[in-house]
Design a protein around this ligand. Structure first.
Ligand SMILES: Nc1nc2c(ncn2[C@@H]2O[C@H](COP(=O)(O)OP(=O)(O)OP(=O)(O)O)[C@@H](O)[C@H]2O)c(=O)[nH]1
Length: 411
């Protein structure tokens, strides 16, 4: 299966909560309406004098209108995140453009014309509008409140949910909207929030470019380092990995497995030894080898925040003895299944390290993908890549439009 469809398929799984909720909100209090440009249904003719054979009522059988479907964005599959944007300048903080939704939405959205019951309607076998009809609901306070609750339940956070619903209401309050229309609007709003943060890992001319990888235990640091190393290697870069979580032998072993898979050397140190000393040795080796990239794994023990902070600070101090501009990236790896907890992890790691960007793992099979929207809205940190599985190629560039469509269930 092509990577794009695999990604979409997996993200769709994660979207069902939001998607189902949107369908239910429109169903609740919505009314079926005839679609304006639909050929009129044959009004029952007045009692015909002669029981003549009825003309075949089959215009209904017309192809189910894939006619004007928006073409899907081209698959980003061939494009490993790391090489997408060679850039010599430090990543500028993303600027958030003013909130502007597409002005007016067409009254009939492609794919929602007569007879297309909608993806979820088909799946759930409910709410299937009659051919030639569409269910619309007035966008009033009740509906806005339901939308807010749904967005909050989808892990977007209260502030973001309120802002999004306010934007949805602007210029549309009191007007009728259908499920597809509300999904289109919501997806546009989510895309607008996410676009400024969708940035591949910036690549600098510096050799080695030092990437410090931080995050709590189990968030997917090791796996992400393995996947990134493999992608960089495939892009022709020379990579060295340092297994900086020297406190857990299992973590080191796992990193070695990933290094082998990616065909990249992994530098280790005896259990319990000083991670900063390993980082220094790794820096020396990477410089001697002329490596393009040095990725340093770190411990994720948040139980003792002060210790972890000191440990990370010490790693930074020693690698700066070799290159005062290092580390060039500090990647925070977050587990999407932790939902709102990801927000507090960003807050903590921003305090104890100089986080420059995020990788969100485990977006496959979680209903908590909405937290990415809250993260983008609240922190504006670049999202360099997303993890959508446990295999080496399951790391994708973050595509906001695709993500928004998958999250809202927009086809
Ligand atoms: N489904 C899924 N699982 C993932 C993904 N990324 C990582 N995992 C799994 O999450 C678990 C933890 O990943 P690790 O890479 O070991 O996490 P870590 O942060 O290095 O954890 P420690 O080694 O405990 O510090 C492993 O079972 C991975 O296979 C992902 O994108 N999707």
């Amino acid at each position: 299966m092509a990577f794009f469809s695999k990604l979409k398929d997996r993200l769709f799984k994660s979207s069902s909560k939001l998607e189902q909720g949107l369908d239910a909100i429109i169903e609740d209090g919505g009314e079926e309406e005839l679609v304006a440009d639909q050929p009129e249904e044959q009004p029952a003719p007045a009692p015909a004098p002669e029981p003549e054979p009825q003309p075949d009522p089959a215009p209904a059988e017309e192809p189910l209108a894939p006619a004007e479907e928006t073409p899907p964005a081209p698959a980003p599959l061939e494009e490993p995140a790391p090489e997408a944007e060679p850039d010599d300048s430090p990543a500028a903080p993303p600027e958030i453009p003013p909130a502007e939704l597409p002005a007016e939405i067409p009254s009939v959205v492609p794919g929602e014309d007569a007879g297309t019951p909608g993806f979820l309607g088909r799946l759930l076998g409910r709410g299937t509008p009659k051919r030639g009809t569409v269910t619309r609901r007035v966008l009033d306070d009740d509906m806005l409140e339901q939308l807010e609750e749904l967005l909050i339940a989808s892990d977007m956070g209260v502030d973001t949910a309120l802002r999004i619903t306010a934007n949805l209401a602007e210029g549309r309050y009191g007007k009728k909207v259908s499920t597809e229309e509300i999904k289109t609007l919501l997806a546009a709003e989510i895309t607008r929030i996410m676009e400024p943060v969708a940035r591949p890992l910036p690549i600098y001319a510096k050799r080695p470019q030092v990437v410090l990888v931080v995050g709590v235990n189990g968030s997917g640091k090791t796996t992400t380092i393995g996947k990134l190393a493999s992608q960089f290697k495939a892009a022709g870069k020379k990579v060295v990995i340092a297994a900086g979580d020297t406190f857990r032998a299992a973590a080191v072993e796992q990193l070695q497995v990933w290094g082998d898979r990616a065909g990249v050397p992994v530098l280790t140190a005896p259990e319990g030894s000083d991670p900063a000393s390993l980082a220094f040795d790794a820096m020396t080796r990477a410089q001697e080898d002329g490596a393009d990239l040095l990725m340093i794994d770190t411990a994720g023990r948040l139980q003792n925040r002060a210790d972890l902070m000191e440990e990370l600070a010490k790693i930074v101090r020693v690698i700066r003895k070799k290159d005062e501009t290092a580390p060039h990236n500090t990647l925070l790896v977050l587990d999407a299944t932790t939902g709102q907890n990801a927000l507090s992890q960003v807050e903590i790691f921003k305090k104890i390290s100089d986080v420059s960007g995020l990788v969100m793992t485990k977006l496959d099979g979680t209903a908590k993908g909405g937290v990415l929207v809250a993260l983008a809205d609240k922190f504006g940190l670049p999202i360099h890549a997303i993890g959508v599985g446990e295999q080496i190629d399951d790391l994708a560039p973050f595509d906001p439009e695709e993500f928004a469509a998958a999250l809202t269930g927009l086809e």
